[in-house]
Design a protein around this ligand. Structure first.
Ligand code: ADP
Ligand code: MG
Length: 704
């Protein structure tokens, strides 16, 4: 079946090869821009989709299929329904519409049973492609207007021996501006014979034992499925492949870690008691369990690899402080890293409050630290008489020496760049205990799927006395009312945040909108109050100064970009107003909301959306209904897929879909197959295409 398909396309490919400037040696690694039929300009557009070589294009798996296999006769056309038919062009004309200067190509299409009108807007070239008498397959939605039934912008294709665009299970690809599925179908068909030369990342043994479709057949069936059963087999094969690679990467890293000499920090129960006794409150049950798990992990002979998840304010920092204190008492150093300077300062402050009564003084090392202070701090650590450092990525970037490092705590790890994340875990011959903390919880199922061996602790309960934040959706027309509400809160002595959206994902434009909003609110809306501005493009010192003005209450209203997302702690703030709320992810909005409700007064989160698109409406509604970050993460996973949640999409090279990762049955098969393969080929050296294919997975998992 698929082999025949490949053979049938061979002819066309040979033609392509001949025409591509005399080169006959087309290979999977040939660059697309070098192909005669594609050219450098299209090559550049394809590169934007991550498609650089022939192999990339062949492995570009359709997003979905349109089934236009079933042909109907024109007499059966019904307004509002889809129609695919084999027709002849009875008449065709082109004219300019007086309205909005549109070009209209109009045709009358007929078959033995009747006729129908077709109209294409602003596609003048269609008049060249079709002429009276042309035989074509046409597919589209039937509409009814004052001229009768018609097809508006239908898909069509001249009848030939290979139907690419109509009359089959037609693949629809993820597209970008300037690259259509039609274009992709045409070129993929021509290059299809090269599928036979694609290296298969899966060893033949695995393909056989798992009963999977070999790569060449899978590629052919992906682009030219003969039935839906084949599509299922293709999906199974590629999903298995992704999960297998993911599992191999995770399990190999796990085996390596286990082989390392790890640092064992004795479980000092009396130090733990001393810490707990020094707190002005008692730990929640969740905190007690978390602390116990962490201290046990640190004490056993394997390096800890644990993820501590809990909403903002759930008390993670307290738990980390306890671990650091126990480590310090045992003579080990601890490094705590945060993704931003604001957050690092915040941690430094809370850790100082928690630990200085016990004689442990955390040091702070950030990008803006003065050279002298830096030297002094670094010297202290190198000499071994400092025990705890809090900082940003500068901690790793400057090769800070911590000779007795026993514990590394990383807050919001996913917010570090890929390169930085790799450095965090850079190879050492001794593995320190590793604790990741996040207030953007990912569902446990996803964490396990991704990391395999990570241990997950969840702080689901909040310390007593917390008030839920009342969350409301405000329609665009309700803005004035929202301002009045903010005003009443400010009058009562509270403070408020106004967050401005990312504009088309651009930090630069977000700053522009924050600056504008700041001016407007300060001059026109809230002239009677002190308004401050905070955004990521300010120098660190300025940010700090402005933040301090807000924190001290000197300013009542803070207009900011998403820089306030994490860490900012102003208990007197009771209103969080988010402009363009639909432009933020659910997790991020939940983080914003976490900036209020930290004191003992009732707090509010007002969300103003800039569009009423359905998908974002569902997200925002979820926020008004759920308080827990854990529940929201699960909803987010359903609504958006994991890529967006944990920043996988940034990576581009690998697209992991929710369904893939949560396919428990395939995941189990992949886990088992990976373990067996590692037993037999621990260095992963026996099948080079496998090692090559693993590179992006290792990066995703921050391995090696
Ligand atoms: P997180 O790091 O998870 O955002 P923190 O550890 O900073 O949370 O705790 C948030 C606030 O709650 C801090 O002011 C902290 O002192 C306080 N807190 C933490 N645990 C408790 C507790 N068990 N009881 C009362 N207050 C607590
Ligand atoms: Mg251990």
């Amino acid at each position: 079946m698929t082999a025949a398909r490949i053979a049938a396309a061979a002819e066309a490919a040979v033609t392509t090869a001949r025409s591509s400037a005399g080169s006959t040696g087309l290979r999977p690694d040939t660059r697309l821009g070098d192909l005669f039929g594609i050219g450098q300009r299209n090559g550049a557009k394809l590169a934007k989709l991550g498609l650089e070589t022939v192999a990339d294009l062949l492995l570009y798996i359709p997003r979905r299929y349109e089934d236009t296999r079933e042909l109907s006769s024109l007499e059966s056309a019904v307004s509002g329904h889809h129609l695919t038919a084999r027709v002849r062009v009875a008449a065709i004309s082109i004219r300019k519409s007086p309205y909005r200067r549109m070009t209209l190509v109009e045709a009358v299409l007929e078959d033995a049973t009747g006729s129908i009108r077709a109209v294409w807007f602003n596609q003048a070239y269609i008049a060249q492609q079709l002429s009276r008498g042309s035989e074509l397959l046409v597919s589209g939605k039937v509409q009814y207007d004052r001229h009768g039934l018609s097809l508006s912008n239908p898909v069509f294709e001249l009848v030939s021996h290979t139907q690419l665009h109509v009359g089959r299970l037609v693949p629809v690809y993820p597209e970008t501006a300037g690259i259509t599925s039609r274009f992709l179908r045409r070129h993929i068909e021509q290059l299809l014979p090269l599928a036979r030369d694609l290296p298969d990342p899966l060893p033949a043994q695995i393909v056989a034992s798992e009963g999977l479709v070999p790569i060449a057949d899978a590629v052919a069936a992906a682009h030219f499925p003969e039935n839906t059963g084949q599509i299922d087999l293709v999906r199974e094969r590629f999903t298995f492949q992704k999960l297998f690679l993911l599992q191999l990467a995770a399990q190999r890293a796990q085996r390596r870690r286990q082989a390392l000499r790890s640092i064992s920090i004795p479980y000092d129960a009396s130090a733990a008691r001393e810490f707990v006794g020094s707190l002005p409150f008692s730990l929640t049950q969740g905190q007690r369990v978390a602390a116990h798990q962490i201290l046990s992990d640190m004490a056993n002979e394997r390096a800890m690899n644990r993820l501590l998840q809990g909403d903002v304010g759930s008390g993670k920092t307290v738990v980390a402080a306890m671990a650091a204190f126990v480590a310090c008492r045992a003579g080990f150093q601890t490094a705590i890293m945060a993704p931003t300077e604001v957050l690092a300062r915040q941690h430094h402050q809370s850790l100082t409050a928690l630990l200085s009564p016990l004689g442990l003084y955390p040091r702070l090392l950030v990008g803006s630290s003065k050279a002298r202070a830096r030297r002094e701090i670094l010297g202290g650590f190198a000499a071994g008489h400092e025990a705890l450092v809090v900082g940003t990525h500068t901690l790793i970037e400057e090769g800070v020496e911590l000779p007795h490092l026993g514990l590394v705590v990383v807050d919001e790890q996913h917010r570090f760049g890929v390169a930085q994340r790799q450095k965090l875990r850079q190879k050492r011959d001794v593995a320190p205990n590793f604790l990741a903390m996040t207030a953007t919880p990912i569902p446990r199922s996803l964490a396990l799927a991704l990391y395999g061996d990570v241990n997950v602790t969840e702080l689901r309960e909040k310390p007593p006395g917390r008030q839920p934040v009342e969350t409301r959706l405000v329609p665009g027309t309700g803005r004035e009312q929202a301002y009045e509400f903010v005003r009443s809160q400010l009058m009562a002595g509270s403070q408020a945040f106004v967050i401005c959206p990312l504009v088309e994902g651009s930090e630069r434009l977000a700053v522009a909108s924050a600056v504008e909003e700041f001016e407007r609110l300060r001059n026109l809306v809230f002239p009677e109050f002190e308004v401050e501005l905070l955004h990521g493009r300010m120098p660190a010192a300025e940010k700090q100064e402005r933040m301090a003005r807000f924190a001290s209450g000197a300013a009542q209203l803070l207009v900011a970009t998403s820089v306030v997302e994490v860490g900012v702690d102003v208990p007197n703030a009771t209103v969080m107003l988010v402009e363009g709320a639909d432009r933020f992810g659910l997790a991020q909005l939940h983080q914003f909301r976490g900036r209020v409700g930290r004191g003992d007064r009732a707090s509010f989160c007002l969300l103003i959306a800039s569009s009423d698109e359905e998908a974002s409406a569902a997200r925002l509604k979820a926020l008004t209904e759920h308080e827990s970050g854990f529940e929201l993460a699960e909803i987010d996973l359903e609504l958006r897929g994991p890529g967006d949640i944990i920043g996988l999409r940034q990576h581009g090279a690998v697209e992991l879909e929710t369904a893939d990762l949560l396919n428990a049955q395939l995941m189990e098969r992949a886990r088992g197959a990976a373990a067996l393969w590692l037993d037999q080929d621990p260095q992963l050296s026996s099948h080079p295409p496998l090692s090559a294919a693993m590179v992006p997975y290792r990066e995703i998992l921050d391995l090696d």
